[in-house]
Ligand binder design. Structure first.
Ligand SMILES: Cc1cc2nc3c(=O)[nH]c(=O)nc-3n(C[C@H](O)[C@H](O)[C@H](O)COP(=O)(O)OP(=O)(O)OC[C@H]3O[C@@H](n4cnc5c(N)ncnc54)[C@H](O)[C@@H]3O)c2cc1C
Length: 290
């Protein structure tokens, strides 16, 4: 499908990109991998006057580790993160989620920052960011801000990024010893967006659960943490009965939206199944990683 008309800018520096964003206010869109933005343009669901192509900003790509955090540049391709030994070792939940995004061709263009800035509630990476309490570093005309994941995702395809700000990087806390992870989802076909997805992480301390994290994709207009179920799990020893009760608590207050992929009730049932499966898989993974 033919795209609508737009002006095109390719800044050479982050500072130039910020200046361009500020000059065009909310009439500009950042172009990263284009895997979400270009379809939105084609479908006339977005009509920016200007595209600001950040693909020339090499400083926004790469993975590094400092002070217990793994920092991933916004322009890092999803496939590059998937291939990163640092990500596999230090953010295994992210490593588990990445191969579930679309297909390799999409991940070779799509970026970590693009997925987080696009904020599709059915996407895998936002759920991982919520589960791990990742931080988002943005730069605008008034300087840099660090935004916790709980405040980043504001609604359907909406984040707390201001229109003059560019997402620079996403920081994930490095995994604690004794942690097992799993990303589980139900999709119609491999590579499709999940109907419901779950990011699960369990940290075992002497056989008991010291930390539990559960975040859903596809159940609301933002990724959803199951805080009550997490608190219930802490201090207990993993068992099928415990995970069954956690699944009940995680889904009790949910009222997921219905669409052509499934009713609200169906989504809720899937969510409970994913919690049981996700916790079992995370507990197994904790054992394997020890
Ligand atoms: C066929 C197909 C299947 C897919 N399946 C899945 C799937 O199963 N799961 C999934 O999660 N995703 C899926 N995707 C989307 C894919 O993950 C995208 O790559 C991702 O959502 C957006 O990344 P991008 O780099 O392509 O961003 P773009 O499309 O370039 O941008 C997306 C949005 O983010 C903004 N943006 C991008 N980078 C920045 C930045 N640094 N600062 C500020 N704003 C920025 C853009 O302005 C735009 O609004 C699929 C895509 C396709 C085409």
């Amino acid at each position: 499908m033919k795209l609508p008309r737009f002006d095109y800018e390719a800044p050479a520096t982050v500072a130039e990109a910020v200046e361009l964003l500020a000059a065009h206010e909310d009439q500009a869109s950042v172009l990263a991998g284009g895997q979400s933005l270009i379809p939105l343009l084609a479908l006339r669901l977005a009509r920016p006057a200007v595209l600001i192509d950040i693909n020339g900003l090499g400083e926004l790509s790469g993975v590094s580790v400092t002070d217990g955090f793994v920092t991933i540049g916004a322009l890092t391709r999803e496939f590059a993160a998937e291939e990163s030994a640092t990500v596999a070792d230090a953010v295994p939940l992210l490593a588990a989620a990445l191969p579930l995004i679309g297909h390799e061709a999409i991940r070779s263009r799509g970026t970590i920052g693009g997925s987080m800035a696009h904020a599709d509630p059915a996407a895998e990476l936002p759920a991982v960011a919520r589960a791990l309490d990742a931080e988002f570093v943005v730069r605008g005309q008034s300087g840099d801000r660090v935004i916790p994941a709980a405040e980043w995702f504001e609604g359907y395809l909406t984040t707390s990024r201001r229109s003059d700000e560019i997402l620079l990087e996403v920081r994930f806390p490095a995994v604690m010893p004794g942690t097992g992870v799993a990303f589980q989802e139900i999709a119609r076909r491999h590579g499709d967006f999940a109907i419901v997805g779950l990011a699960a992480s369990l940290t075992l301390d002497d056989g008991a659960i010291g930390d539990a994290r559960l975040a859903f994709a596809g159940l609301a207009d933002v990724p959803v943490r199951a805080a009550e179920a997490e608190a219930f799990l802490v201090g207990q020893r993993p068992s099928a009965g415990l995970f069954e009760e956690a699944a009940r608590r995680a889904t009790a207050g949910l009222d997921p939206p219905a669409d052509l992929h499934g009713s609200s009730e169906y989504r809720k049932k899937i969510a409970a199944t994913l919690v049981r499966r996700g916790l079992q898989a995370a507990a197994r993974n904790a054992g394997e990683r020890q």
